[in-house]
Design a protein around this ligand. Sequence first.
Ligand code: ADP
Ligand code: MG
Length: 252
Amino acid sequence: MIELRDIHKRFGDLEVLKGVSLQFVEGSVSALVGPSGGGKSTLLRCINLLETPTSGTVRIGDEALTFSPGLKAGWKNIQRLRRQTGMVFQNFQLFPHRTAKENVTEGLVTVLGWSREKANARAIELLEKVGLAHKADAWPSTLSGGQQQRVAIARALAPSPRVLLCDEPTSALDPELAEEVVEVLASLAREGTTMVMATHDLRLASRIAGEVAFLDGGLIVEQGTARSVFDQPQRERTKRFLASLAAASGAN
Ligand code: ADP
Ligand code: MG
């Protein structure tokens, strides 16, 4: 179980998260949706502590940390929590001077101290899972965006995190390449990978997310099963947002 309790995040005078509480059940896939600037990325980054919450509690499994202004969380504690997570970014962020396989092994060897041999075996297993074993020795620059994102997914999964965090994993991709990434995420979802993803790709969200939280202005406006939020939104704000997305995709 992953739990966020009353998370606030300020950047100077700007309060970007205004008290967000959410729970994610192990094995579930949850989508964070909402307008740009609503705080989705910041919220994901507060889960893996790339951003330090101003206040609130983050719990992943048995590891929990409570933040408050003026209280330093401690590097060790942050590391312990972060290691429960894997992150996939909109722009892949592969190491350009490492092959696909080396991108997956790098953290295992340098951070976790795995042997090269064990890390290589893990990398091949994961590249197979994302359909890229044949590209193990390819440089990122020779791969399509969809392939790069699949390597990034393999890398994020390498240390077997409790939760895979995905920030707009398909938004940098053309529809065709997005589709191959959606396929991979869908198969991970079927296998029971716990995922939290920020996305404005409603097709992705409705295809693989069981739960949806709609975030606007740093607050959860509405949450529930994907079906209830997408098909029968209760709040005016959610209805307007979904209508605007439908109009935009119709125009494409
Ligand atoms: P979303 O992912 O939903 O588009 P973000 O979490 O990226 O939203 O951003 C929410 C708000 O926080 C925006 O107003 C953004 O400008 C602001 N913000 C995000 N990161 C920072 C930062 N490091 N410093 C200052 N403001 C930030
Ligand atoms: Mg974002």
